[in-house]
Design a protein around this ligand. Structure first.
Ligand code: G
Ligand code: MN
Length: 388
């Protein structure tokens, strides 16, 4: 863990292990690697410690007499939603692994493991903890908007009309340093004025139980419009509900055939709780060649749940965080720190909603090279050109 990313809170890692020789080993390995560590020899002791002190990460054995690792994890979560917990076990029963992830464990290490594996896992956990803190800060800066539900009457007819005239607009995503369009985001549009915006159309579809139909129409449409002769990628927004649609995972669906050119965006505005086996579904999509982006970062609730569930290849900063970054030192600092952490985690970042030259210049200065927004081009069809 590099010092420049040191968390403002505690940096201490709590190690919980009932086998004394292993506890000593873990403490030594982590201390040698430069981590600040404390040990506890059972779950109850650890639970008492976390009442008194905030830890930056917790590493715990699962099978221990008395309070085991999973119960400890539950106790920790009652108090602290952010602290990353790494569980260790000698018995990798599938059921325990599922429980561990459901309860919000970051990782699951199976004994015996190399010293490096432990150090890497703890290093990553500390970065995620810092990211969680920055995200709370980001959400506090931009505040949150409530969603509005429209009137039920006429929804059915309005949705039918919108489906009839559905089309996709494309907005370039650019690399500012290379002055190059690297991708297009496909955005839902409808020529029918029934809904004020695409979000309202999707909300209506959700209320009517017809989201699946809309999602399939969008994906089929994009697949038709991807230009075979060009190299750019296409970013396609998924509704969390789309993750439940089996046709998404079908190798012969139109978009699947182009998967290596497609990035699926999943918003962090909606919780993924309603999707069972999220991690397995995402890994199926990755296996098919799709890449995954976490959309609207900063606009959702605080916390890192969607990030850890999706392990995205790309994170998109929401425009509410980007807006005015040039004049707001808090936004600037939080974006800069998040961009640096994501870089260390091997995650690409894209800043959305760039509208002014000042925003663009600030973003470039603080390590955000991939940009999208009206400054470069509005969403349109045919594919808009960028005036550099
Ligand atoms: O949630 P998501 O990021 O997919 O939504 C993107 C929406 O933001 C699109 O509807 C798009 O038209 C809009 N948009 C794209 N660029 C800009 C911008 O620079 N400013 C504003 N205000 N809106 C933008
Ligand atoms: Mn998007």
């Amino acid at each position: 863990m590099t010092r420049e990313h040191a968390s403002q809170g505690s940096e201490c890692v709590l190690i919980v292990e009932d086998e004394p020789s292993l506890l000593r080993l873990y403490l030594r390995v982590l201390a040698d690697a430069g981590f600040e560590v404390e040990g506890a020899s059972d779950g109850a002791t650890a639970a008492a410690r976390i009442q008194q002190k905030t830890y930056a990460a917790i590493v715990s054995d699962i099978s221990m007499p008395g309070m085991d690792g999973l119960r400890l994890l539950q106790t920790v979560r009652e108090r602290d939603l952010d602290v990353p917990v790494i569980l260790i076990t000698g018995y990798p029963a599938v059921e325990t692994a599922i429980h561990a992830v459901e309860y919000g464990a970051l990782r699951y290490l199976v004994k015996p493991f190399e010293e490096d594996v432990l150090c890497d896992a703890v290093g990553k956990a500390l970065r995620l903890h810092e990211l969680a803190r920055l995200k709370r800060e980001a959400v506090a800066i931009i505040g949150r908007k409530g969603t509005q539900l429209g009137d039920r009457a006429g929804l059915e007819a309005a949705l039918a009309r919108s489906m009839q005239s559905l089309w996709m607009a494309y907005q370039p995503i650019i690399s500012w340093s290379n002055k190059k369009v690297i991708a297009f985001e496909a955005l839902l549009r409808s020529s029918e004025g029934a809904f004020p915006d695409p979000g309202a159309m999707l909300e209506a579809a959700m209320r009517l139980g017809r989201l699946e139909e809309v999602g399939r129409a969008i994906r089929a449409r994009v697949a038709l419009e991807i230009r075979p002769s060009e190299a750019e990628s296409f970013f396609v927004n998924l509704h969390t509900h789309d993750l439940l649609d089996e046709t998404l995972y079908s190798a012969v669906s139109p978009l699947s055939l182009l998967a290596d050119r497609v990035v699926l965006e999943i918003t962090e505005r909606a919780a993924l709780d309603a999707v069972p086996d999220v991690a397995r579904r995402i890994s199926r999509l990755r296996g098919m060649g799709f890449r995954i982006a976490l959309d609207d970062m900063g606009a959702g609730y605080a916390g890192l749940t969607s990030f850890t569930q999706l392990e995205p290849d790309i994170v998109k900063f929401d425009m509410s965080l980007v807006r005015g970054v040039s004049d707001d030192p808090r936004k600037r600092k939080v974006i800069q720190s998040m961009a640096a952490l994501f870089k260390e985690l091997g995650v690409l970042v894209i800043a959305e909603g760039v509208e002014t030259v000042a925003e663009r210049n600030t973003l470039a200065e603080i390590g955000c090279d991939l940009l999208q927004g009206h400054l470069f081009a509005r969403p349109a069809i045919p594919f808009p050109k960028v005036a550099w």
